[in-house]
Ligand binder design. Structure first.
Ligand code: ADP
Length: 236
């Protein structure tokens, strides 16, 4: 397994966000992580990537325990957080070179050129990050997430706020990454899951409501399934 969570519990103050979460993602799978706002998706992703420590339970990435061996586990992960944290005053190439330096990548210039081409930033890499469109900023975040060639990619709402053309472009990139890597990404676009994923997991109030292969459901039925599993009866 590429990602394994077992009995993860997490609370913030009095609020139990993850009562007891177990899930796994197999090598080479592209899995859509769904759920209403506040379900606990970002918290789960932060636990997988080692940014948040759970209160109890275990988490491993490619067989490496994130809690006991975080540096080794983090080497295997590329992470694009929800609010894509970039340095706006840096040039695209300068930023990617900086990230590659943090990972101590050998032949770093060549690797940076490679990812610039891979994510379609060739026309933009000489610009500063704050002068990029949101779509190109997402590409820069994706490039930073893959520069160290991780086995596992965790993408938190990578297409939110993009226009329809940009959404399709980022989706294509996710699909191409998924050919060689394991990808777990969150989204609110059901169509995206049907177009890109092998499997989807729906989370509600920190609990997995369903975990299915996309091929096991009829096309176009995911939205209804989502609503049935996550609608708050108080608001019907
Ligand atoms: P999702 O990604 O599914 O929208 P989150 O994991 O962001 O859900 O949030 C789950 C719940 O945990 C929300 O109620 C949110 O307000 C709360 N939460 C998330 N991060 C923190 C934090 N750092 N401190 C306190 N509460 C938090």
């Amino acid at each position: 397994m590429s990602i394994e969570l077992f009995n993860i519990k997490k609370r913030y103050g009095n609020q139990v966000v993850l009562p007891s979460l177990s899930m796994s993602v197999g090598s080479g799978e592209i899995v859509g992580f769904l759920g209403p706002n506040g379900a606990g998706k970002s918290t789960t992703m932060k636990i997988i990537t080692g940014f948040v420590v759970p209160d109890s339970g275990s988490v491993s990435v490619c067989g490496v325990d994130m809690l006991k061996n975080p540096i080794e586990a983090k080497r295997r992960i590329g992470y694009l957080p929800e609010h894509n944290p970039l340095y706006p005053d840096m040039y695209v190439r300068e930023y990617l070179d900086f990230v590659a330096g943090v990972y101590k990548i050998p032949s770093r210039r060549a690797r940076v050129d490679e990812v610039i081409e891979q994510v379609g930033l060739t026309s933009e890499y000489k610009k500063t990050i704050n002068s990029l469109s949101k779509g190109y900023r997402q590409r820069t975040g994706l490039a930073a997430a893959i520069v160290h060639n991780p086995d596992v990619l965790i993408l938190d709402e990578p297409t939110t706020g993009l226009d329809p053309n940009q959404i399709i472009e980022i989706r294509e990139l996710i699909k191409s990454f998924g050919k060689e890597r394991t990808v777990l990404f969150s989204t609110h676009i059901m169509q995206e899951v049907e177009a890109v994923c092998d499997r989807f997991i729906i989370l509600n109030k920190g609990t997995i409501m369903t975990d299915k292969k996309v091929s096991d459901i009829e096309r176009g039925t995911l939205e209804n399934l989502f609503r049935t599993l996550t609608l708050d009866p108080n608001y019907i």
